[in-house]
Design a protein around this ligand. Structure first.
Ligand SMILES: [Zn+2]
Length: 503
């Protein structure tokens, strides 16, 4: 076969503009920071686990199987969080440019990113990255991109990339497959098999991530429409972006991307899907239950299935800090003996537990370590059950929760960590020695994503009316850049037009 050389890499992080502090290089180093040859060995050994890194794994597997020479553009990923320090983005782009220059001429580029990043100086870091690569590789080298369904796909990204493919499922159980799609599109262009035309339509709305999934209506039908067009041979690929709703950027939109071989047909389909998408806006709603009511329901729960107190407003995958003590505060206020299981991120509390030692009682404040404007810490009396280094195996990959303590507060087992990580998977509690099914109530700080993992365990799921940086009440947040003409701030008519075509 013909020798082809493809650069693979990307910066992957989802930003919450309202989360406290800034994301620093340390946040990446504690999660995924793989530059140079290290990225290639990491990608080759990586196991699928439905996290963003699966984009890299999926793309790598396709390129490797095709016998391509894969060169590293470096890959870095941090837990969703606050706005990225500018030097972190600048350093990544500088390293990526060096990698491109050292490997010219390249046949193709595959970039795997989240799509909802924001740095101190840039509202479109992924656009900055694609532009930097395009300037070096020239106009004729295909650049294909894999992103999250919650990406902010910008007009600039569309105009300089050849294809952009987003996850098509939420909960995100097709992250690996999205990496596969992006890599296959690149190989298809290189072999001459396909000549993609990409049409992009912006949709003026942002919707809380807790209020929909692609697995049920109305979103299910919209995705089926796209899949039917692919099956009928009218499209090669399609994406629907529900822009990360806690991202306050200029040029931020939800959107539809349709990729076909016929530009006009792709444009017509993108417009049709965008109109249908906007038409569903009133159906994307989160039904909330108060924390007190959920605790009362859980106290009476002897079903053998846990009640999920879904504190999505403090979701680790929506950039919140995971330090809301609201569930603990209410359990104490109600003097409830509910048998509960909970996760919270608080390094000072872990330090107090380490100092006291296993078996001892700690009297200290818990919570609000970072989100001081949102919450107040809660004074608790906790028994230290166990201390851990916090490195746990998540589906074969190591995830670092940092030094951690397991404590008992009233009848609640609370896992306290020093690094906020994805907690929407029962694997977390199992790693610390507790089975969620043994509890009356489990607190999960995640949006819809957790339903893929908790769904087999329970159907007693209650999105809670909690406070947090990732609240579903978008009108309560201090948006400055997203236009007030967007739904839900306004509710206007909308006529879709093609805002841009891809390369
Ligand atoms: Zn997402």
């Amino acid at each position: 076969m013909v020798h082809i050389k493809i650069l693979l890499g990307g910066l992957h992080q989802e930003i919450n503009s309202f989360a406290p502090g800034n994301t620093t290089i340390e946040h990446y180093r504690r999660k995924q920071y793989h530059m140079g040859a290290d990225m290639l060995s990491f990608a080759a050994q990586y196991h699928r686990c439905n996290e963003g890194t699966d984009l890299l794994g999926g793309a790598y597997s396709v390129l490797a199987e095709a016998g391509a020479e894969i060169v590293s553009g470096g890959f870095m990923s941090a837990q969703p969080g606050s706005i990225i320090e500018q030097c972190v983005l600048d350093d990544y782009i500088a390293q990526l440019k060096e990698a491109v220059k050292a490997n010219l001429p390249l046949d193709g580029v595959v970039l795997v990113m989240h799509g909802a990043a924001q740095s101190v100086e840039s509202d479109d870091p992924e656009g900055d990255i694609i532009v930097a690569v395009r300037e070096l590789v020239g106009e004729d080298v295909p650049i294909t991109v894999g992103l999250d369904l919650h990406a902010n796909v910008t007009e600039r990204m569309i105009k300089i990339a050849n294809t952009i493919s987003l996850y098509q499922r939420y909960p995100h159980v097709d992250v690996w497959e999205t990496g596969v799609r992006a890599a296959k599109l690149c190989l298809g262009i290189l072999s001459g098999e396909i000549k993609p035309a990409m049409a992009y339509v912006q949709v003026p709305m942002i919707i809380p991530a807790s209020s929909y999934t692609t697995e049920i209506e109305p979103f299910k039908s919209l995705m089926k429409m796209g899949h039917d067009y692919v099956a009928a041979g009218k499209l090669l690929d399609f994406s629907v972006s529900q822009m990360q709703p806690w991202l306050d950027v200029k040029d931020g939109y939800s959107s539809v991307v349709a990729i076909g071989e016929d530009r006009e047909e792709a444009a017509a389909i993108a417009k049709e899907m965008a109109a249908a998408f906007y038409g569903m806006r009133h159906e994307f709603k989160t039904e909330l239950t108060s924390v007190d009511e959920i605790i009362r329901i859980a106290e009476k729960n002897h079903s053998g299935k846990p009640v999920i107190l879904n504190d999505f407003a403090d979701s680790s995958n929506a950039g919140s800090a995971g330090d809301s003590p609201e569930a603990i505060e209410r359990v104490l206020a109600l003097a409830s003996d509910v048998k509960g299981l909970m996760y919270i991120n608080d390094s000072a509390f872990v330090a107090a537990c380490q100092k006291a030692g296993v078996g001892s009682t700690v009297k200290a404040e818990i919570g609000a370590e970072y989100s001081k404007k949102l919450f107040s810490p809660v004074a608790v009396e906790a028994t230290v059950r166990a201390l851990f280094d916090g490195v746990v195996s998540f589906h074969g990959n190591f995830v670092d929760f940092g030094p951690s303590a397991v404590v008992k507060i009233r009848n609640m087992i609370v896992v306290v960590t020093t690094q906020h990580r994805y907690n929407g998977d029962p694997t977390l509690y199992r790693a610390f020695g507790y089975e969620p099914a043994d509890f009356q109530m489990v607190v999960v700080k995640a949006n819809t994503s957790f339903r893929a993992f908790y769904g087999p365990l329970t159907d007693l799921i209650y999105p809670a009316a909690t406070k947090g940086s990732s609240t579903s009440n978008l009108e309560s947040l201090p948006f400055e850049k997203v236009p007030k003409s967007f739904y839900p701030f306004s509710d206007n008519d909308f006529t879709p037009t093609v805002n841009a075509f891809g390369k």
